[in-house]
Design a protein around this ligand. Structure first.
Ligand code: PLP
Ligand code: LYS
Length: 437
């Protein structure tokens, strides 16, 4: 038995192949080709339910908005809609995809640190549930659009509470020196508060903070809630302001390798509900609705990527490399954040480990490495490699580097597989090219 597979929510079938959602991954690789993203839809649903149910059990008013930047496609947003979640979008493209999936506009929250006039116009036109304002320029834009369109809109204010979360520097967002949001301490948030509350067409519902991503502790969220409430209490005393919503963002950590020890999603929810109730009580204010925005926690562990092994390079006494038919084009995270992953040979999933290989992508780039020193059985060309926990920020950060077509996406549920994003063709790759002759 391969112990790596045991760390991930998948099984090994009678043929000794890795199984996902009741489908044989080797069969899927043959049927659809590789590289291929495959999702177990029942895990997606379980992840959605873990958040929603816990709020329900605690009797807390809440909205769980899936952060669609983690993985957005029509089918994915249909599943999220079926599970009753709200949706966080950060661009016109993500909003457009949401509308394609018939996501109810009133459950869509529009984010972004540089929303364009067109993006805001589209959000207001479609009556999205809320715009999370990020800066003064945006307040001006929203204001002029509301006048022009004679519309009203709900707004949250994104603030940086000044918290350094324990995560990679590039995915840390709640610290003071951040491109996102209004500074809570230096008077910016107070100035924005006055601008938002005086505006007749803006309904200022409350504060938003997102402290970072891939976080394994609850204390950052507790601290953020404390700091946000301090500010809200000031506004309550000075202006009689009563917030309806407190959005504590996303960032709940998942398991990529055995070194990651994620908390149950319910643990974050329980802590948030408890601290928000405590703080509201302490400041003598009504308990606001709690909104959260998990992305990775919904999509991450539900997805794997299948590759076909090609060439091998042995450097005696140094390292053995194997190369696969994808790489940084379908999973940028190792190259961008030195992110670590685990994988198995899907066609040899029950065979004993014999070797250690480093898995290289096919791009013309030394940094295009997917996994260093992966324990594997004897590996041969044409083996199928499955990399775990690639469901978030894999497809969504894919590129066409070296003119590689983007991989397709397959959903599996109850043993039934369905193609939900077509693999790109070479025609797709040159689709927007225009001739210069
Ligand atoms: C504002 C905001 N909300 C939610 C998320 C989702 O984060 P995660 O996928 O880590 O849950 C992000 C990304 O970090 C974000 O910037
Ligand atoms: N894309 C990042 C996280 C950033 C999320 C958006 N704020 C990742 O893959 O981990």
């Amino acid at each position: 038995m391969n112990t790596i597979a045991e760390n991930h929510p998948f099984t090994i079938n009678e043929q000794g192949h890795l199984d996902i959602g009741g489908a044989d991954t080797v069969y899927l690789a043959k049927k659809y080709g590789t590289p291929l993203y495959v999702y177990d839809v029942s895990i997606l649903r379980d992840n959605c339910r873990a958040f929603v149910q816990t709020f329900k059990e605690l009797g807390a008013s809440a909205q769980v908005a899936y952060a669609s930047k983690a993985f957005s496609s029509t089918a994915m947003l249909q599943v999220v809609r079926q599970e009753g979640l709200s949706l966080d979008v950060v661009s016109q493209g993500e909003l457009y995809t949401a509308l394609q999936a018939e996501f109810p506009a009133e459950k869509i929250h529009m984010h972004g640190n540089n929303k364009s006039r067109e993006e805001l116009e589209m959000a207001i036109d479609h009556n999205v549930g809320c715009i999370v304002v990020d800066n003064f320029h945006e307040i001006e834009l929203i204001s002029s659009l509301l006048e022009k369109q004679n519309k009203e809109i709900n707004v949250l204010m994104r603030v940086t509470p000044g918290i350094e979360s324990k995560t990679h520097q590039y995915i840390m967002t709640g610290n003071e020196d951040s491109k996102f949001g209004f500074n809570l301490q230096n008077g910016q948030a107070d100035r924005a508060f006055l601008e938002l509350t005086k505006h007749e067409k803006i309904h200022f519902k409350g504060l938003h903070s997102h402290i970072g991503s891939q976080i394994f502790e609850t204390d950052g969220f507790t601290l953020a809630a404390d700091l946000l409430f301090k500010k809200l209490a000031e506004w309550n005393t000075d202006y009689g302001y009563i917030p309806e919503v407190l959005n504590l963002g996303g960032g709940f950590g998942i398991r990529y390798t055995k070194d990651d020890q994620p908390l149950a999603y319910a643990a974050y929810v329980k802590e948030m509900v408890s601290v928000v109730r405590e703080q509201a009580n302490h400041h003598n204010m009504p308990v606001p609705e709690i909104w959260i925005e998990p992305g990775r926690a919904i999509a991450g562990n539900a997805g794997i990527t299948l590759y076909t092994v090609g060439s091998k390079k042995e450097i005696p006494g140094v390292r053995n490399y194997i190369s696969v038919d994808g790489g940084m084009t379908d999973n940028l995270r190792p190259a961008l954040y030195s992110a670590r992953y685990e994988g198995v040979l899907a066609n040899k999933a029950s065979q004993p480990v014999k070797d250690k290989v480093s898995v290289a992508g096919k791009c013309c780039e030394s940094g295009d490495m997917l996994i260093w020193d992966l324990p594997v059985p004897e590996v041969a060309s044409e083996d199928i490699l499955a990399v775990f926990s690639t469901g978030a920020y894999g497809y969504s950060m894919a590129s066409h580097y070296n003119r590689l077509p983007n991989a397709g996406v397959v959903f599996v549920e109850n043993g039934i597989d369905k193609l939900v994003v077509r693999r790109e063709s070479f025609e797709d790759v040159v689709r927007n090219d225009l001739s210069y002759e």
